[in-house]
Structure formats: structure tokens, C-alpha cells
Design a protein around this ligand. Structure first.
Ligand SMILES: NC(=O)c1ccc[n+]([C@@H]2O[C@H](COP(=O)([O-])OP(=O)(O)OC[C@H]3O[C@@H](n4cnc5c(N)ncnc54)[C@H](OP(=O)(O)O)[C@@H]3O)[C@@H](O)[C@H]2O)c1
Length: 291
């Protein structure tokens, strides 16, 4: 019969012990310990105990990606996992049944800011507080280019999109600050919002998207200045073509992953607005054609 002190001692001596001695899912192995499980009534409690104990011993770095899909989300997850990060993926279609000790999946709809708070709580309970947070969700409702103010509040998703593009990103920033405050000084403490060039220019049919991205660019710029002495970094990332135009449907996941890892690894806050080009990295472009 194994005991918790013996288990922890073995795990400390050989961190792989916790993996080799514990089935991944469900972690029923813990029931063989000689302590009472009377206080742990639900599978979620058992999972939380398993994942948090595992993470405590492994002292893992954790990234939370909100809006984790097949392109930018997957590439950023892969780039950070290859640097030893445990990954929390949050989006509407994630399935908790896919969880492993190193990657968790959190069903999250960013149109509800409370769901963003819940995603942070889940990340903390199953992994640890994240040291890197990526807000990659984007939402848009097209408007008639010649009559942008005709969008009807009742019939369109204008308000919902603003919540997704801005309010929930603001809440994610708040949660990130709370998480960063709990981390040791050696941690990265980096928040990255995936933006586009609409904080600097207009595309007449995409006013709704531009309103949200612009508002959040302001929040990111303010946070980058305010928290830099505490070592918390905030970035608005915007992939461009080599001539400074928008990347649009050619947006490259791998280039995002590479830049985001670099931003996380550098200790000091860099330019809050990270306009970048695939294969090149950060490039400062003139605003809207101005020099
Ligand atoms: N720089 C540029 O020119 C440029 C060009 C295009 C896009 N972008 C930006 O890039 C980001 C998206 O990149 P991508 O499409 O390549 O990423 P992705 O990781 O492939 O997909 C993003 C994921 O966000 C999730 N999502 C959508 N609505 C959500 C919601 N309400 N709550 C939670 N998750 C939601 C979707 O997954 P679920 O369906 O599972 O929720 C989607 O798969 C956006 O911020 C967009 O504005 C920038």
C-alpha cells in the first residue's frame, strides 16, 4: 500500500514517477493510497487534486490560450509546448474528455466574460496559474461599407462582438494580472492579444471588428505602460504583409507561435504594438501611410 508522503518522496526524487505510477485518465490510482478520500466526493475534485499535485511537483510553466482553434491557437500551443509549457486551450468546442496532464481543454464562450474568469479558475485548479496568456478570439459582423452606422443593435451582433473583442479581453487582462501577482519573479508574465491593423486604419465594411480591436489596443497600450515596473508585459500582435498591409486570410499560425514565444522569453516589455512579418519578426510600419 502506498502513502501520500511516500508518493511525494518518490515523485520528488524522480519526477517521472508521478506519471509512470499514475494512469492518466481517470486517475483512480489515487484510490490505492492509504489516506481517506472521504472529503473528495466528485471526479472533478479528484482530477483537480491529481493535476495540481502533479504540477506542484513538476513546477511547470503554463500558457492559457483563449480562442484556441486550428491555426494561430494550435501553432502557439505547439510552440510553447516545445518550450516545456503545459497548455490550457479554451474555446467553445473544446472537450474536457481530451485532457491530459500536459494539455487541458476548457469549453469557453468568450461572449460571456464570466466564462473567461472560469477558464482561469480551471487552468489554476488543473495546472497552475498561467504565466503566459494569449487572447486570440475575434468576432465580426459586416456592415454596408457606404452606411456603417446602419447596423441595427437588436438585429446584429454588434454588442456581442464588442464583448468578445474587448470586454472579455479586458477581463482576461484583469485575471492575468491576478495570476501574475502569484508567480515568482523568474516567471514570464506575458499577455498577448491577437489583433490586426484596424486600430490604425479603416476597412469600411468592418467597422464592428475595428471598434473592438481599437478599444483593446488602447487597453493593451495602457497596461503595458502601467505594469512594466512590475514585470508584467502586454502586447497587441498584428501580422502584416511585407509592405505593411493586413495579413487577413493568409495569417500564419507558425509565425505567431514564433513571435509569441520570443515575447514571452524576453524579460523586458518591448513595443506594445507588435506589428510583425512572417519570416522577419517585428517591423515598425508608418501609421496609415504617414511617415
Ligand atoms: N493580422 C491580421 O491581418 C489578421 C487576419 C486574420 C485574423 N486575425 C486575428 O487572428 C485571430 C484568429 O486567428 P485564427 O483564426 O488563425 O485562430 P484559430 O486559433 O485558428 O481560431 C480561433 C478560434 O477562436 C474560437 N472562437 C471563436 N469565437 C469564440 C468565442 N465566442 N469564444 C471562444 N472561442 C471562440 C474558435 O473556436 P471554437 O469554434 O471552438 O470556439 C476558433 O477556432 C483573431 O483575433 C483575428 O482577429 C488577424
Amino acid at each position: 500500500m502506498n502513502s501520500i508522503p511516500m508518493f511525494l518522496k518518490n515523485a520528488k526524487r524522480d519526477p517521472t514517477y508521478i506519471i509512470t505510477s499514475t494512469p492518466r485518465s481517470p486517475p483512480f490510482h489515487f484510490f490505492s493510497f492509504s489516506f481517506s478520500f472521504a472529503a473528495i466526493k466528485h471526479q472533478a475534485d479528484v482530477d483537480a487534486f491529481f493535476y495540481s499535485t502533479h504540477n506542484l511537483i513538476m513546477m511547470s510553466k503554463v500558457i492559457l490560450i483563449l480562442g484556441a482553434g486550428p491555426n494561430v491557437g494550435a501553432s502557439v500551443a505547439h510552440a510553447f509546448a516545445s518550450k516545456g509549457y503545459k497548455v490550457a486551450l479554451a474555446s467553445r468546442s473544446q472537450k474536457e474528455s481530451d485532457n491530459t496532464p500536459s494539455q487541458i481543454h476548457i469549453p469557453t464562450d468568450a461572449s460571456n466574460p464570466d466564462a473567461v474568469v472560469a477558464a482561469f479558475s480551471k487552468t489554476k485548479s488543473l495546472l497552475a496559474n498561467p504565466s503566459v496568456v494569449v487572447y486570440n478570439v475575434g468576432a465580426l459582423t459586416e456592415n454596408p461599407p457606404e452606411d456603417p452606422l446602419s447596423l441595427n443593435l437588436e438585429e446584429s451582433d454588434f454588442e456581442k462582438d464588442l464583448v468578445i473583442n474587448t470586454t472579455s479581453a479586458f477581463v482576461a487582462g484583469q485575471q492575468a494580472v491576478l495570476a501574475f501577482k502569484s508567480l515568482p519573479s523568474s516567471s514570464s508574465k506575458t499577455f498577448i492579444y491577437t489583433g490586426n491593423n484596424l486600430n490604425e486604419t479603416i476597412i469600411p465594411g468592418l467597422m464592428d471588428l475595428g471598434a473592438g480591436k481599437s478599444a483593446t489596443a488602447h487597453i493593451i497600450r495602457t497596461a503595458a505602460a502601467a505594469y512594466q515596473d512590475e514585470g508584467f508585459k502586454f502586447y497587441y500582435a498584428d501580422e502584416r504583409t511585407a509592405d505593411g498591409g493586413p495579413a487577413w486570410s493568409n495569417i500564419n499560425g507558425e509565425a505567431h507561435g514564433k513571435l509569441y514565444v520570443e515575447l514571452a522569453e524576453v524579460k523586458e516589455q518591448g513595443p506594445w504594438q507588435q506589428t510583425f512579418v512572417k519570416g522577419v519578426g517585428y517591423v515598425k510600419f508608418p501609421v496609415d501611410g504617414a511617415s
